[in-house]
Design a protein around this ligand. Structure first.
Ligand code: XIL
Length: 481
């Protein structure tokens, strides 16, 4: 979505570029420890956007339309300049699940394969969004929609597991204007917790991907960005798995003065930030705005990369605004040079932030490091289920109703026959059926008297959707709320 942009005022000629490539040196670490030869000039300055960004451990990516992978000009710019890609449309809900529970990954796979062949990172865009939903999902509501949405997240994130650097788990869920609240949508009407449910399901499906919330009109400190800021702060406080926030940055002819400060306040919450869909209306200020965005990202150590929303002006969704770095013929525009120079100028001073590793917060393979203390074990459990065809998700709230703090806990229960856990969040589950023990993970082992922790899992069933009838916490039986 786009607001407050100014129509373009005619296209400018490109300036002939940054000079021929005269030397190639191994100069950066990309992706999962992959060393690549990166282009630099004789003076040592990088000559492509990707190489220049890699000097400080960042990526510089582009949104790619799968249908253009046969266009040689397009592909040669893509392969030369960018070290990250995102699918412009191919990983959206309507593309990946055109009929309920029938998945089509051909477009997404094609792009991922291209990226992997080039040593590029991949951003995933987007698991849930109010736009570009398949017709069948648009007609659902309530728990049917919630279950379908969570199933979609689980299936798609599982398919691309291990190949995605960062996922836009949820896109554009906040309202424009001064409310700072959520946008009304069919997803929002399934309950305010839909976003956290999506993040938990995504973490369970692909523990190695960074999980981002992504939105537009969040380019300065305003009511909308503050609403998102408050959500991220709350998620971090409650252990909801979120790693990054994407700022689309579909900009007009100016950039808010507090653009960098806004990125920094999110980074200070303990999440990475990324510029995810950058494009800037053509006009006398275009190169300056592009440079300002680039400098702002470089000045925030947790700003891990920039993605532009298309390659040539003629590829842009903002038809007629010429908002990109290359003109329709594939020539570099002044905005290109301003971005490249900004990246090179910062190369020596920026703090390296290369691919900070995500600590998976679900499905750990080892047992908890803390030794469970028995305490009194007195507890209360509430167990909620959302089931569909042959699957369900279960949410379990565990409250320590005893008088001593627990430092490590295990919850035991018996799954009714035919039910098998496929993935979980906020606990490890073993075995996957029958008498199951759910053990705390590292961040939720401490449970003070009166404290509650929420865990959950996704499972298959063969028709029996009844709930476990009893639970024990550290060996003591719990009341069931
Ligand atoms: C746009 C694509 O560029 C178009 O091809 C498509 O018709 C509509 O979506 N915010 C987003 C992107 O998160 O997914 C949108 O992409 C642009 C606005």
């Amino acid at each position: 979505m786009l607001e407050n942009t100014v129509p373009g005022r005619g296209r400018r000629r490109a300036p002939g570029g940054f000079g021929r490539l005269t030397a190639v040196t191994a100069a950066g670490v990309l992706g999962a420890g992959l060393m690549l030869a990166l282009p630099t000039s004789a003076s040592g300055a990088a000559t492509t956007l990707g190489a220049a960004a890699a000097q400080s451990g960042r990526f510089f990516g582009a949104a790619v339309a799968g249908g253009k992978l046969g266009d040689s000009t397009y592909v040669s710019i893509l392969n030369r300049e960018f070290n990250s890609v995102v699918a412009e449309n191919e990983m959206k809900w309507d593309a990946t699940e055109p009929n309920q529970n029938q998945f089509n990954y051909s477009g997404g796979d094609r792009l991922v394969n291209h990226a992997m062949g080039q040593g590029m990172k991949v951003r995933g865009h987007t698991l849930l969004w109010h736009n570009q939903q398949p017709r069948w999902a648009q007609s659902l509501s309530g728990s049917a929609l919630r279950n379908a949405a969570i199933n979609h997240v689980t299936q798609v994130a599982t398919h691309f597991r291990g190949k995605i650097n960062s996922w836009d788990v949820v896109n554009e869920a906040f309202a424009d204007g001064g409310s700072g609240g959520r946008r009304d949508s069919n997803l929002q009407r399934t309950g305010n917790d839909w976003i956290e449910a999506a993040f938990r399901a995504a973490r369970a499906a692909d523990p190695g991907a960074k999980l981002c919330y992504n939105d537009y009109n969040t380019d300065g400190i305003n009511a909308k960005s503050t609403g998102i800021y408050n959500m991220v702060r709350d998620f971090k406080a409650r252990g909801v798995p979120i790693d990054c926030v994407g700022f689309q940055s579909h900009l007009g002819t100016t950039i808010p003065g507090d653009y960098q400060a806004n990125l920094q306040r999110f980074a200070d919450l303990g999440v990475d930030v990324q510029i995810t869909e950058l494009d800037v209306a053509q006009g006398s200020n275009q190169a300056n705005v592009y440079a300002a965005v680039t400098r702002a990202c470089l000045a925030v150590s947790r700003c891990t990369g920039i993605t532009v929303w298309g390659i040539r002006d003629s590829d842009s969704w903002r038809t007629g605004e010429n908002p990109l770095l290359f003109d329709a013929s594939g020539n570099k525009k002044p905005a290109y040079t301003s971005v490249l120079n900004a990246l090179n100028n910062a190369g020596s001073t920026a703090t390296p932030t290369a691919t900070p590793t995500v600590t998976p917060t679900s499905t750990p393979t080892s047992t908890p490091t803390s030794t469970p203390t028995t305490g009194t074990g007195a507890c209360r459990v509430s167990y909620t289920m959302n089931s569909w065809g042959n699957g369900f998700t279960a949410g379990i709230s565990i409250t320590n109703t005893g008088s001593s703090a627990l430092n490590g806990w295990s919850l035991e229960f018996t799954l009714p026959s035919g039910q098998t856990i496929t993935s979980g969040w906020n606990a490890t589950y073993s075995p996957s059926s029958g008498r199951v023990t759910a053990r705390n993970v590292d961040y939720n082992g401490a449970l003070a008297p009166g404290a509650t922790t929420d865990i959950g899992f996704q499972a298959g069933h063969t028709g029996n959707t009844s709930k476990p009838d009893s639970f024990t916490l550290n060996g003591a039986s719990c009341t069931v709320a």
